[in-house]
Design a binder for this molecule. Structure first.
Ligand code: AMP
Length: 282
């Protein structure tokens, strides 16, 4: 696996393959601290595409001033091994200066209709940072397909809208949430949890499962579904809920009825760790 450090290097890698007419190019953007969830995206990319690049970049512009940018887990050697084993041919690991050559004076990409909803309502500027860095990655790698996890469902909505609005020639592919055996959605931030918090954190997946099973039993009213999720969280009072929402996945606007394809999503603080989970309802 090649390690690429510069935007120009990534562009050369992609353009040489394109010129050779040598099959699809897939990109898997990540912030590193790779786990099985990331590996599932890389394997999905490898199943579709002849060539797969993984990016590992802890993007400062998607962190708020009081968030965990400085302490975000970084494990470059292990990331290289996992990415290569899952099928990556190139790993793009730029410096902050490489991605933001003009520092804080950067040009940004904003998706105003969506970027202040769900996580964006609690993390001002977060989705602007995400849309900006993903645009930069798309412009550098010019991938045919880019792979994202449903785990970050609001991020998917923002990036789908951005890709449509800017008419990027990249298809967004969304992969299912990978969970631990007990239901907890895998996340690089799970590394922050103490043993006690790890148990408390199960309340997120429990709420998601409860809502999915009520819908399977025929309950479609948002009011009833949200109330039942709130009751699940009430049983774990140490966990501080940020949002419990039932929304249209494209617009992130609240819906009254859980139609198929609607997004039920939760965000909550477990100690000093912010976790999210969701389900797309059938
Ligand atoms: P991150 O490194 O957390 O920014 O995540 C990089 C990509 O991996 C994003 O598209 C995430 O949605 C995806 N991802 C993170 N956790 C999981 C998971 N448990 N299952 C599937 N995809 C995931």
């Amino acid at each position: 696996m090649q390690i690429l450090r510069g935007v120009a290097e990534l562009r050369r890698w992609s353009r040489a393959l394109r010129a050779a007419g040598d099959g699809l190019i897939g990109l898997v953007p990540t912030m590193g601290a790779l786990h099985e969830g990331h590996a599932s995206l890389i394997r999905a990319a490898r199943a579709d595409c002849a060539h797969v690049a993984v990016s590992v970049f802890v993007n400062p512009t998607q962190f708020g001033p009081n968030e965990d940018f400085a302490r975000y887990p970084r494990s470059f050697e292990a990331d290289c091994m996992l990415a290569e084993a899952a099928g990556a041919e190139a790993l793009f690991a730029p410096t902050v200066e490489e991605i933001y050559p003009n520092g804080a004076e950067s040009t940004f990409v904003d998706v105003p209709m969506l970027s202040d909803r769900l996580d964006g309502a609690f993390r001002p500027g977060h989705f602007r940072g995400v849309a900006t860095v993903v645009s930069k990655l798309f412009l550098a790698a010019e991938p045919d397909r880019a792979y994202f996890g449903q785990k970050d469902a609001a991020q998917v909505a923002v990036l789908r809208r951005m890709t449509a609005d800017l008419r990027f020639a990249t298809e967004i592919v969304v992969c299912p949430i990978v969970r631990d055996a007990d239901g907890l959605a895998l996340s690089s931030r799970n590394a922050y949890l103490t043993a006690a918090e790890r148990v408390q954190a199960l309340v997120l997946s429990r709420a998601v499962r409860r809502v999915a099973s009520l819908v399977a039993d025929g309950e479609r009213r948002a009011s009833a579904l949200l109330a039942s999720a709130r009751r699940v969280f009430a049983a774990e009072p140490e966990v501080r809920v940020e949002y419990i929402a039932l929304v249209d996945w494209a617009t992130l606007e609240p819906v009254e009825t859980a139609v198929p394809g609607a997004l039920f999503a939760v965000a909550a603080w477990v100690g000093s760790t912010r976790l999210i989970d969701n389900v797309i309802l059938l």
